[in-house]
Structure formats: structure tokens, C-alpha cells
Design a protein around this ligand. Structure first.
Ligand SMILES: Cc1ncc(COP(=O)(O)O)c(C=O)c1O
Length: 380
């Protein structure tokens, strides 16, 4: 493609291959009905304040609700002024790259890790430094002692994407100390932390940070639905004005009617009951899928316990190509994403990422049966 920069050219061809449909939430009809009612009420009673360009930082009422929610649920310490509403995490990550980093700076990312985050950083001209994840998440001990060029670490500590482990408290504290020592930013992506099934969540990195190095990004894509395109950044106080200015230059603000309806959804208690209801729903599906995989593919795949989220990873026997299994599964309309697509360096073992949140129990039963047949045929 003539005229395109090499970065844009390579990102465009890779993006075409990127599977962005993993981890879809369930379409909860009860909540969708409420959402429709609240949205219609806001449109019917639209005031001038709601119809003109809004505050680029977001609707104040929504920022207040979010600050309260993340404080209570995630141990995030902030006042509403530090909350900047964005059009999903994707815009949040893009803003962080452009406000805090310069082209040519380097950022550490988890390997394997979230493509959307990595691509946004690359698009901003940031050099990617991959670091392995182990049982306790990002291998913090592998970070260089002195990190002159590394300006950012992008992590998913509450539920590593895509492998699902939780960054331990010890590693969280080590990472924060390292960032303070090296004057490095940490971008904490807390994308689906609402759905924890076993233990109480560890406090967000943001709430443990004493040096103002953490930018927290949250989204409503997983809790509600991705097309809502509403998320938020929580930024240190001294960075608020820079982020709000960048937000304004980008696209002025996120849609105000949706922000107002979302603030109503949270303040009227629908959000809390939605989370309670979907958590139970997902837990049943998670248990069903784990049990079926362990029954149907006993001794063939390895399914680590998962504490959180909306998907799991099934590790294939060594030597089996996960892309090949994924392609065969797709022919039977089973969507199993090869873990290798998220990896920068070879993983040594293939795995499949399997979403369970958006499927009925019957669909999960049928899907796992068919997947088992596909995997067995790929081994023989
Ligand atoms: C790690 C991670 N972060 C964030 C998101 C959500 O992105 P957005 O808010 O832009 O829809 C996803 C969605 O798949 C994700 O997997």
C-alpha cells in the first residue's frame, strides 16, 4: 500500500488477522430491558445539558458513581475528578501512549498478552519489550534493574489476558517499587475483574501505589456489552488536565445520553444486581466447561483452575499446533482462539482460549463434544 507509514502498514495487515471476539459477555435480557428503558427516559427528557458537547472528562454524575464503585469493589483510591470517561479501554490505552510517552520510548508488555493494548502502543510508535508471564502473572523479577528507555509497563494483574493468572501481592509490591525507582508508568488494565469466583480479589495496583505511577483503565464492555463503548481512566491528580485536554482533542467526549443512562443504571442499583446475576450465571458455565473438558479430554488437554473471567485456556499436548486445531474447529463453527496468536515469542506449547460466558449450557455441551473430536483427530 503506497503512502502508508511502515507501522500503519504492518498493523493493518496484522489487525485483519486479530481475533477480537473472545470473551463476549452474555446478553442479559433483564438488564437490556432496563437499559433500554433508562436510555429512552433520558432521550424523552433530554435537557440542553445533555444535548450539547459535554465535558471531555465525562459526565460528573457518572464519574462520581465510578469512583465510588472502584473504591468499594477494587480498592482503587481516587476522587471523581481523577476519573476520565473514555470510549472503551482501547481509547484509554491510546491516550496513555500519546500523553505519557514519545515515539521511540519502550513499553513492557505481557507475553502472551492483549493484542488491542499492544497494537495501540505500537501505533503510537512505542517499542514493545515482551516479558514472560509465570504462575503468578508478569515475571516482575525479569525486569531490568535499570530501565532508562522503558517508560511504561502494561499489565492485566487481576486476570492475566489471555492465561488467567492473578498477579500476587508480592509481585504487585515489587512492580510498584520497580516503577517508582525507574520513573516508569504502570498501565493497569482491569478488564473483567468483576467476575471472580473463588477468593476475594487482591486490591488493584492503583490502590497500593504510593508514588502516583499507576494509570488504571476499566471498561463496561465486559460487564455490560462491548458496543456500549464506555470505559474510564483513573489518573494521578497531577495528570488530570493533560488527559482531559487530550480527550477533548481526540473526539471531544463520549456520548452524553449514554453516560447519563449509565449513571442512572448504577445509582438505581441495576448495575449491582446485574453483576450478582451474571456472576452466578458465568460460574455455572465455567464449572460445566471445566468438567466437560476434563471428562472428554482426560489426559489430552490440561485445563488450569481459573479464578476469574469469562474464558479459560485448554493446553494442548506438546507438538500439537493450536492454529491448526483452531482452523479445524472453525470449520465446525466452534470458536477456539489459538493462544499462540497472543504470543510474541514461541510459547513451547499450544493452547486454546475458550469463552463460556455468552453460551447456553446446551451449546457448551455440544461445543466441547465437537471440540474433543477435532482435537483427537488433530493428534492422530
Ligand atoms: C485485556 C482486555 N482489555 C480490555 C478489553 C476491552 O476493551 P474495550 O473496552 O475497548 O472494549 C478487552 C476486551 O476483549 C480485553 O481483553
Amino acid at each position: 500500500m503506497s503512502g502508508l507509514s511502515p507501522t500503519v502498514h504492518s498493523l493493518t495487515s496484522e489487525l485483519r488477522l486479530a481475533p477480537f471476539r473472545t470473551g463476549m459477555p452474555a446478553m442479559d435480557t433483564t438488564s437490556l430491558e432496563v437499559w433500554g428503558r433508562l436510555l429512552a427516559r433520558r432521550c424523552r427528557n433530554a435537557t440542553r445539558e445533555i444535548l450539547v458537547h459535554g465535558d471531555p472528562a465525562g459526565l460528573w454524575r457518572l464519574r462520581v458513581q465510578i469512583a465510588q464503585y472502584v473504591g468499594a469493589a477494587r480498592g482503587v483510591l481516587c476522587d471523581p475528578q481523577q476519573v476520565v470517561i473514555v470510549s472503551g479501554s482501547q481509547q484509554g490505552i491510546d491516550l496513555v501512549a500519546r500523553v505519557l510517552l514519545d515515539p521511540g520510548d519502550a513499553a513492557v508488555v505481557e507475553d502472551p498478552g492483549y493484542l488491542g493494548g499492544r497494537f495501540a502502543l505500537r501505533a503510537a510508535g512505542i517499542e514493545i519489550v515482551p516479558k514472560r508471564v509465570g504462575r503468578e502473572g508478569l515475571c516482575v523479577e525479569k525486569l531490568p534493574k535499570k530501565a532508562k528507555r522503558i517508560k511504561l509497563v502494561y499489565v492485566t494483574p487481576s486476570h492475566q489476558f489471555p492465561l488467567g493468572m492473578v498477579l500476587s501481592l508480592t509481585k504487585r509490591l515489587q512492580l510498584l517499587a520497580w516503577a517508582a525507582c525507574n520513573n516508569t508508568w504502570i498501565l493497569e488494565d482491569d478488564f473483567d475483574s468483576e467476575f471472580r469466583y473463588e477468593s476475594r480479589p487482591i486490591s488493584a495496583l492503583q490502590g497500593l501505589d504510593e508514588h502516583g505511577r499507576v494509570i488504571y483503565v476499566g471498561t463496561f464492555s465486559k460487564i455490560l456489552f462491548p458496543s456500549i463503548r464506555l470505559g474510564y481512566l483513573i489518573v494521578p491528580k497531577n495528570l488530570v488536565s493533560a488527559f482531559v485536554a487530550a480527550r477533548s482533542l481526540c473526539d471531544r467526549s463520549s456520548p452524553i445520553i449514554e453516560q447519563a443512562a449509565l449513571a442512572d443504571f448504577i445509582s438505581e442499583g441495576h448495575f449491582a444486581s446485574h453483576i450478582r446475576r451474571t456472576r452466578t450465571y458465568y460460574l455455572e458455565r465455567r464449572n460445566l466447561m471445566i468438567n466437560l473438558l476434563r471428562q472428554e479430554l482426560d489426559g489430552v488437554v490440561e485445563v488450569p483452575d481459573i479464578e476469574a473471567g469469562m474464558h479459560m485456556v485448554a493446553w494442548l499436548p506438546r507438538g500439537v499446533d493450536d492454529s491448526c486445531v483452531s482452523r479445524e474447529a472453525a470449520k465446525r463453527r466452534i470458536y477456539a482462539v489459538p493462544v499462540s496468536v497472543y504470543a510474541i515469542r514461541p510459547l513451547g506449547r499450544g493452547g486454546l482460549m475458550l469463552g463460556y460466558a455468552a453460551f447456553s449450557k446446551a451449546a457448551i455441551r455440544k461445543g466441547i463434544q465437537e471440540l474433543a473430536a477435532v482435537i483427537k483427530s488433530c493428534i492422530n
